[in-house]
Design a protein around this ligand. Structure first.
Ligand code: 13P
Length: 300
């Protein structure tokens, strides 16, 4: 089996998911500003090191997506961050795009940069310890807007289909990939509400119709859902999952929000912050097996 197939399967096994900690410095500043913590290199490291050394890393987290700054940092115990992650059994990964820029000649369309020089950067990241990348297989229809769930279903389906058409043209070996899509949800300004059951049904239908069967698994982004919403929806998806795909999480905000809030009140309370994170990771891993329930959520 190729190395990449093994890595993709290792990340997805036993209800494990991905901790998306690849916020760019700009995004991380927004997250830290929101809890009144200064965004500097040291604080970004302390928070992330706290998460990466928590107990749940071993049983819940299969992979961690890092940002360029973090993959080069050392922990307080003088280990490299990828080393810390690997020791927990999770696979360190890296976000490899270099950000979205306004497309020339367009008022609103953006293009993601970072393909030039990627080959060399990949070698560098491999030496630093990264064993997977995030970029290409991440089509996202945002929750922002007035669109209905049906609109989201249609657009997501179209984008996923186009994405796999392009991957096919470029002869990408899908067995070594994981799809990171959004769930099917109505826009936040749409006034529409749909049940977790409907989210699960529409999401499954869109994926079953458009994702080739060679893909081993799907790891959803949380996209601005609350932690409990993202967990509940993933749980429903797994209860109903009649596809060949493993369905798990690759959450940023829905794994980190409560931990960040807790930590911001006392940045020295590492243990307390880890307990908050551990609970979240555990809930997500239960949801990735269809075993989550509201009573478990509240049994902290
Ligand atoms: P959210 O789960 O916060 O949407 O972030 C996921 C992501 O795409 C970062 O890699």
């Amino acid at each position: 089996m190729s190395e990449l197939y093994k890595i993709a399967n290792k990340i997805l096994q036993n209800g494990k998911g991905i901790l998306a900690a690849d916020e760019s410095t700009g995004t991380m500043k927004k997250r830290l500003d929101s809890v009144n913590v200064e965004s500097n290199e040291k604080n970004r490291l302390i928070f992330r090191e706290t998460l990466f050394s928590s107990n749940s890393m071993k049983e819940c987290i299969g992979g961690v997506i890092l940002y360029d700054e973090t993959i080069r940092q050392n922990t307080s115990q003088n280990k490299s961050i990828p080393e810390l992650i690997s020791q927990s059994g999770a696979v360190p990964g890296i976000k490899v795009d270099t950000g979205a820029k306004i497309l020339a000649g367009s008022k609103e369309e953006k293009i993601t940069e970072g393909l030039d020089g990627l080959r060399e950067r990949l070698k560098d990241y491999y030496q630093l310890g990264a064993r997977f990348t995030k970029w290409i297989v991440e089509p996202e229809v945002l929750m922002d807007g007035k669109h209905s769930a049906k609109d989201c279903f249609n657009k997501t389906s179209e984008v996923i289909k186009r994405c796999y058409d392009e991957l096919d043209i470029n002869k990408v070996d899908l067995k070594g990939t994981i799809l990171k899509p959004n769930m099917i949800l109505p826009g936040t300004d749409s006034n529409e509400t749909i049940s977790n059951n409907e989210v699960a049904e529409m999401t499954l239908e869109s994926l079953k119709n458009n994702v080739p069967s060679e893909v081993p698994g799907v790891a959803f982004l949380s996209g601005g859902q609350t932690e409990v919403e993202a967990t509940n929806n993933l749980n429903q998806i797994n209860i109903k999952n009649d596809s060949s795909f493993i369905m798990t999480y690759s959450y940023g905000r829905a794994l980190q929000q409560s931990a960040l809030k807790f930590w911001s009140k006392d940045v020295n309370n590492i243990k307390g912050t880890q307990e908050v994170f551990d609970h979240r990771a555990k809930m997500c891993t239960l949801a990735a097996q269809g075993k989550w329930s509201e009573s478990l959520e509240n049994s902290k």
